[in-house]
Design a protein around this ligand. Structure first.
Ligand SMILES: [Zn+2]
Length: 335
């Protein structure tokens, strides 16, 4: 089991033992950074709980009827709840999407499993309503709350769950997979691993075009002139015309690279060796010298806010980006 999921051995062992010994908890909190496979582990755990006797098929995956249905997302007792595009999960959505499924009797499997991805998006009322379910879980049910922001969940909610902590996969592990599966050179693989924040899925999507796009972005960021309108608008233009055809994905990558750039400046400022943009060391060090650490941390906070405004509050992308680049240009060109 857990075929195709790399790393997280400790977590997989805990879950495997719980399933084998029939000691699964009623509720779990899978907490850890985005994009490292928490949701995939949850789905595999649901398979383990309901597996009809492992039948190894291609790629080592079990092909029993139950596991196949879960893999396809059509098992009647296993629900992966993803509130795609929903900013704020409200009480009635919790009732409709989560509780209704839980209180129906399992009709095929041994366990009814509900996986709630990005569960921190439940608003306070929704979380309070959900707490009641966690206090008196329906028999035979296993609820898995997946989150990258456990501190956005009510402490009372968290304390009802058995927490399984996930960490980002180590760079060298991710880089190894990228060399083998993605055919990247050792240098490309290490860079892609760091740029992706240890997410193999994301890093495998980093093709030559995207890396070139990022290289251009970092070059422009490193050469931005103080309050230069043309530098600023060309940076915004670069992000908007980016390497992915999907706008949200493009923006997400753009922001990710901008945030890593700002973080690198802060790290260089304090003399840390954990720089991501290792192919731009000179540029990072030059820029970092022009900044106070506290201003960099403030800009980092503003960049996070800008990302939130665009994705969750539907702010005007061009305005938000222009604003961010103006702030980033304030200390530039003075070196
Ligand atoms: Zn199976």
């Amino acid at each position: 089991m857990f075929e195709g999921i790399i790393g997280h051995d400790f977590q997989k062992n805990i879950l495997l033992r719980a399933a084998q010994d029939n000691l699964a908890s009623h509720s779990y909190l899978f907490a850890g950074p985005d994009g490292i496979g928490k949701k995939m582990v949850a789905v595999e755990f649901a398979k383990l709980l309901n597996c009809g006797g492992a039948l190894p098929g291609p790629a080592g995956k079990c092909v029993c009827a139950s596991c196949r249905k879960i893999e396809k997302g059509i098992h009647p007792d296993v629900a992966l709840v993803e509130f795609a595009g929903v900013k704020n999960i409200k009480v009635d959505q919790v009732r409709d999407e989560i509780e209704e499924r839980l209180y129906l009797r399992p009709f095929e499997g041994r366990f009814k499993v509900v996986i709630v991805d990005e569960s921190e998006r439940m608003n306070q009322n929704a979380q309070s309503a959900f707490l009641k379910t966690l206090e008196e879980p329906p028999p035979g049910s296993v609820i898995i709350l997946v989150t990258s922001r456990p501190d956005s969940l009510l402490p009372t909610l968290r304390s009802r769950c058995q927490t399984v902590e996930f960490s980002a996969l180590p760079d060298d592990l991710v880089a190894g997979v990228l060399r083998e599966q993605g055919g990247m050179s050792p240098e490309e693989a290490l860079l892609a691993s760091r740029l992706s924040g240890g997410s193999i899925g994301k890093a495998l999507g980093f093709d030559g075009g995207l890396l070139e796009w990022r290289r251009e972005l970092i070059t422009r960021l490193g050469n931005i002139r103080k309050n230069s309108a043309s530098d600023i608008s060309s940076l915004t233009e670069h992000i908007s015309s980016g390497a992915s055809p999907d706008e949200t994905e493009r923006l997400e990558l753009g922001f990710r690279f901008i945030m890593l750039w700002i973080r690198d400046l802060a790290l260089a400022r304090i003399g840390s060796g954990r720089i991501t943009n290792t192919d731009f060391m000179e540029s990072v060090n030059n820029e970092a010298r022009k900044w106070d650490l506290k201003d960099l941390l403030e800009i980092e906070r503003q960049a996070e806010r800008a990302w939130y405004d665009i994705v969750r509050a539907n702010a005007n992308t061009k305005l938000v980006l222009d604003n961010l680049f103006i702030k980033l240009s304030v200390n530039s060109g003075m070196g």
